[in-house]
Design a protein around this ligand. Structure first.
Ligand code: KE4
Length: 427
């Protein structure tokens, strides 16, 4: 649990930062207890303000696939900073980064660097709307694409499926052009295209969902999104901010052999610094200013320090890394499943590669309605038990956990043992 230094820092933080954190999920409100303030990290481990070590399964919410403070990434950042931290002018680094991304992701013929996943998806949707001249976008319940107004939308009532705001401060008008469907509901998607296909600018999807917990697409679901968009002149957008270079060096699309019209990337491809990407077909991206009429800009876009971290990270995405991640992921999944069976817990584990979720519901979890049936109170008790045993797991039932290249078999086995005890304790 959080030590005295974390407790003191949290009290101070709450006086000057809403909820004491700079991003809501970090406040641990879904699992109880105070957030743990981190002082440093190395490899697979975090060290809190009281010096307590945790095995980290958040990895900064995905970016730390190499582990924390990888020496080659740190060296790239240090050397870049010594050359100046930001110029607001084009650099060779950005050209090399764009060439690396377009090589890794062939569906991305042109790209633009931005500073967060939110910026990437916000811009991608604006470009899709500019390209098609249409306003309606389609998203799926349980998918999170950052906090742009028109993406903070939940399913409206009635068959229209038109959105209603999912946050205060989002005007109804911003939500009105966002239709929300159930993930994996192919029939509903076909019906919407049949009814309103000519009005649809884009469909945006997490190709493997991380933001309701780990939920994989059913066979044919992603292919149908791409095909339906093509048939109706809409733009398919894969939001691979989380899955990009997580599930393979080329994300889910590389693992599955798919080519969406546009892709958003972030987290890993940003080397864990504020760097994200949107891009796609050349004819679509040529709409972007100064080439075309769709405006998008950013003071720190393509920042040389962030791009240097990204290039160092991309260079280390070896086949051996993904083999290691798959081996550890399978081991952790098997260990957790054995515990669930041994204790007779109504729970399931869903995993794709090195992202996984332990759901406190029997499963399978195919959509938000399945995920939201989880026993979140028991998840909170289990999470507390994991924390007490030095395991730093995402503090929400509706998040994915991540394994990194610095994790070892011994780390995984210790986590399995902690999970077993915490499951028993959480009954
Ligand atoms: P950012 O604006 O947080 O860089 O990216 C937004 C975003 C877009 N798309 C996907 C698929 C994402 O997962 C995210 C952000 N993910 C969350 C974790 N589920 C970030 C953690 C947080 O919000 O603090």
């Amino acid at each position: 649990m959080s030590g005295p230094r974390s407790t003191e820092l949290f009290a101070r933080a709450q006086r000057v930062i809403p909820g004491g954190v700079n991003s809501p999920v970090r406040a641990f409100r879904a699992v109880g207890g105070d957030p743990i303030f981190i002082a440093r990290a190395a490899g697979a481990y975090l060290y809190d303000a009281d010096g307590v070590q945790y095995t980290d399964y958040i990895g900064s919410w995905g970016p730390m696939i190499l582990g924390h403070a990888h020496p080659e990434v740190v060296r790239a950042i240090t050397e870049a900073a010594a050359r100046g931290t930001s110029y607001g002018a084009p650099t060779e680094l950005e050209v090399r980064f764009a060439e690396a991304i377009t090589l890794l992701y062939p569906s991305i013929e042109m790209m633009r660097a931005v500073s967060s996943g939110t910026e990437a998806t916000m811009a991608a949707v604006r470009v899709a709307r500019g390209h098609t001249g249409r306003d309606l976008i389609v998203k799926f319940e349980g998918c999170y694409h950052g906090h742009a107004d028109f993406l903070l939308v939940k399913a409206g009532s009635g068959a229209a499926t038109l959105g209603v705001p999912d946050s205060a401060g989002v005007p109804a008008s911003a939500a009105a052009n966002t239709a929300t469907l159930a993930y994996n509901d192919l029939a509903a998607l076909r019906d919407l295209f049949a009814a309103r296909g000519a009005a649809i600018a884009a469909v945006i999807v997490e190709p493997v969902v991380g933001n309701m917990g780990c939920v994989p697409p059913e066979p044919g679901f992603l292919e149908a999104i791409i095909e339906l968009c093509k048939a109706h002149g809409a733009v398919s957008i894969f939001d691979e901010v989380m899955t990009g270079s997580r599930l393979s060096p080329s994300g889910l699309q590389g693992r599955a052999g798919l080519a969406p019209d546009m892709t958003c990337l972030g987290k890993i491809v940003g080397g864990g610094l504020p760097l994200a990407v949107y891009g796609g077909r050349r004819d679509i991206m040529q709409n972007v200013a100064p080439l075309g009429p769709v405006y998008q800009a950013g003071t720190l876009s393509g920042n040389p320090v962030a791009v240097s971290a990204a290039l160092a990270t991309l260079a280390l995405l070896s086949d051996a890394l993904y083999t290691h991640l798959e081996t550890l992921g399978a081991r952790l999944e098997a260990g957790m499943r054995a515990s669930i069976a041994r204790h007779g817990v109504a729970a399931c584990v869903q995993r794709v590669g090195s992202m996984l979720t332990l759901f406190f519901t029997p499963g399978p979890v195919r959509s938000w309605s399945d995920a939201s049936a989880s026993d979140t109170a028991r998840f909170g008790r289990w999470h507390r038990g994991m924390r007490e045993r030095g395991q730093y797991w995402p503090p929400s039932q509706y998040e994915a956990a991540f394994i990194g290249g610095a994790h070892s078999v011994a780390d995984i086995d210790a986590t399995i043992a902690a999970c077993d005890e915490a499951l028993a304790q959480s009954a």
